[in-house]
Design a binder for this molecule. Sequence first.
Ligand code: EPU
Length: 341
Amino acid sequence: MDDRWHDLESASGLSIARDVSLRRFSSLGIGGFAAGAATVENEKTLEKLLTAASSAKIPVKMIGGGTNVVFPDTGFPGLLVRLGDGFKKIEIEGTTLRAGAAVHLTALITRSLEAGLSGVEKLAGVPGSLGGAIYQNSGARDFEISLSVGSVTFWDIARKTLRTWPREKLQFKYRESVFQTTPSVILSAELELKSAEREKLMEEVNTRMKHRAQTQPTGRSIGCIFKNPGGRSAGQMIEEAGLKGRRVGGIAVSDIHGNFFLNDGRATFGDFEELVGLVRTEVEKKFGMSLELEVEIVREKEEASNVGKGAPEKSSGGAFRENAENSPLRRWKISGEGNFL
Ligand code: EPU
């Protein structure tokens, strides 16, 4: 093992897995390898790991549920970090729910439903972790998680300190938060919920799940690829541009929902990039509007754990790794399952 990785292990007391397939950590199932990967269970270890990585000049990328990130075939040359079970606690006091960033949204919804608390049930069916949902202000139709966030506790990478910021400081907008521009690691959040009848909550969950089942495809995808521009539906625009079913290599626009791309198991990042470009060009031709990516492309040169969004760059043509792990086909691959090691 090269010295940098050894130093990282000594400084953090963690075992670092090497050459980890990124296909396991993105629900789209494409991507090369991360040079290293580790799971942290507490704040102290996280601090040690980030400090050591920074001294060793190893770029770090945090990963949540992996349901909104796409990695190039050339992989990620740094360290992929995931929060483990130590960040999965949920505590409820009155109508305030405090949860660790690694809590899956489904667990969050179930617990609040059991406690008769309203405020997250409209996220039913949205995959991913609480940290990821806050990072990109996840939502569906008339709801986004920022509406229920009271405060967020995070590790400020630049200042090397823990901070708790109230919602007002979090710069929430449609699919945006302050965490996309501040090198930081979301650790937990306090959600301000309201008392509600459990039956009503259950009804809402069922309605949302049914709507999804009827309007969204199953298969290997990363959810919506583009943001809805100016309140319009990107999926509808893609459909009206005649792009449903359009294929590039192993990836195609879903026949069911235009804003979903499906990987048949053979897709490369190059295929994905090409399809993104093709759809953008056609939609721009028809509507005079440029679609903005909703998913995050993790570039090779990631410098800070949470930073790095926007349009895909042309890939440098790294070959698809045939020996990469083949994940079973299912609707949402909840990344982060299993151990890195
Ligand atoms: N529509 C079409 N053709 C399509 C897709 C949609 O005509 O191919 C029409 C629908 O019939 C409907 C309208 O567009 O009239 C809106 O469609 P939908 O309810 O499916 O919602 P959406 O705006 O396409 C948003 C979120 C989804 C979320 C659904 C929940 C964004 C970019 N998308 O989609 O979020 O699941 O609402 O209904 O905000 C995601 O974030 O990854 C995601 C999938």
